[in-house]
Design a protein around this ligand. Structure first.
Ligand code: SF4
Length: 364
């Protein structure tokens, strides 16, 4: 299959790995800011193809993982009060400080997994005597479809549909990450799906600070090509924004999707799990759509909630620790008994390392 076989070709991968080795001299650390990249790196053992001076570190690229526990707690509180909750599947087992949504569902709470925000709108339409809250979690990739759902609910005049808005924006988090004193980042592997919406321009401030950025696809050859492009820029003392994932990403992104988001949402300061409060790093509803704000309608008080004891998800999400540095990894914290979100989500770094690397290393 074109676009798949071509980017999974082992010979091509080894050829690029050899080119990477030729251009890497000084120690380099590149961060991948997308959970799907973390899984590709772990699944195909790509780190083992790099020279030892080159390290790839995972960042906060899993939307479920960076959602702070107080948002999960708010969902739990709503479901316990009899409000119907529509969520994306990855949210089901993420632990808040009061348990998880799957536990509330098992106790009889109305928690339904949906695949698009429009399903939540339809659920509300079909059940006019119930209050339906959709948990709007995700990055720039998800926000357009949530904006469309809210806009549709507005046109339908739905009074029983609201959204618990927890969208986060990737470029402000990247800017915060390069300011950390304890984490060295020489370049970013930028997320392909997010970039299909936002384009390449939002990464330019990072390049202006001397950090090269390459927007990468998700097959092994994509990742290796992007790493080569980063390593070569470092070798040549350049810092630009480049697009490796040209079959999907345009420099201008998707203006129609961005317009829809801008119509419904505005940028706001937000708290991220592991990274704390960051300016302009999330979204909130514009005044015109505030009737659809679950936080306001149900007077939710989203105060910072504690992380699970011993869980190092915060350090993992900002690249300061690897999943295996966590004392709970593979012992108390397992995919079927997760302590932190990074072991739950299909995009979580701990889940990726457990699923692929621990198997290869014979630790499972
Ligand atoms: S192994 Fe589990 S507890 Fe440790 S950082 Fe990962 S998700 Fe958190």
């Amino acid at each position: 299959m074109r676009y798949i076989d071509e980017y999974q070709d082992g010979d091509k991968a080894r050829e690029i790995a050899a080119q990477i080795a030729e251009v890497v001299g000084e120690p380099l650390a590149f961060m991948e800011v997308c959970g799907t990249h973390s899984h590709a790196v772990a699944r195909y053992g790509l780190s083992e193809m790099f020279p030892e001076q080159l390290r790839l570190i995972s960042g906060p690229g899993c939307p479920v993982c960076v959602t702070p526990p107080e948002v999960i707690d708010a969902g739990i509180e709503l479901a316990r009060e009899g409000i119907w909750l529509a969520i994306f599947g990855d949210m089901m087992n993420v632990p808040g400080s009061q348990g998880s949504l799957s536990e509330v569902q098992a106790q009889g709470g109305q928690v339904r997994v949906i695949y698009s925000p429009m399903q939540a709108v339809e659920w509300a339409q079909e059940n006019p005597h119930e209050q339906v809250v959709f948990m709007g979690v995700g990055f720039e990739t998800t926000a357009p479809s949530v904006a469309v759902g809210i806009s549709e609910a507005n046109e339908l005049g739905l009074k029983n549909f609201t959204v618990l808005v927890a969208h986060r924006l990737i470029p402000p988090a990247m800017e915060a990450l390069v300011s950390q004193p304890d984490v060295r980042i020489d370049g970013f592997l930028c997320p392909g799906h997010v970039s299909a919406i936002i384009g390449s321009k939002p990464y330019q401030p990072l390049a202006d600070r001397g950090i090269p950025c390459v927007i990468a696809g998700f097959e092994p050859v994509d990742v290796l090509q992007a790493v080569y492009m980063l390593a070569r820029m470092c070798q040549q003392g350049e810092a630009r924004v480049m697009i490796q994932y040209r079959r999907v990403v345009r420099a201008e992104g998707n203006p129609i999707a961005r317009e829809k988001v801008a119509e419904v949402f505005e940028v706001a300061d937000c708290r991220w799990r592991g990274l704390g409060m960051m300016p302009d790093s999330g979204l909130r509803l514009r005044e015109k759509y505030r009737d659809f704000d679950a936080e306001a309608r149900f007077a939710l008080d989203l105060q910072a909630a504690p992380e699970p004891p011993g869980c190092e998800c915060g350090a993992v999400l900002r690249g300061a620790k690897r999943p295996t540095d966590c004392g709970l990894f593979g012992t108390a914290c397992l995919p079927d008994h997760p302590i932190g979100p990074c072991m739950v989500s299909s995009e979580g770094a701990c889940a990726a390392v457990y699923q692929y690397e621990a198997v290869r290393d014979g630790n499972r």
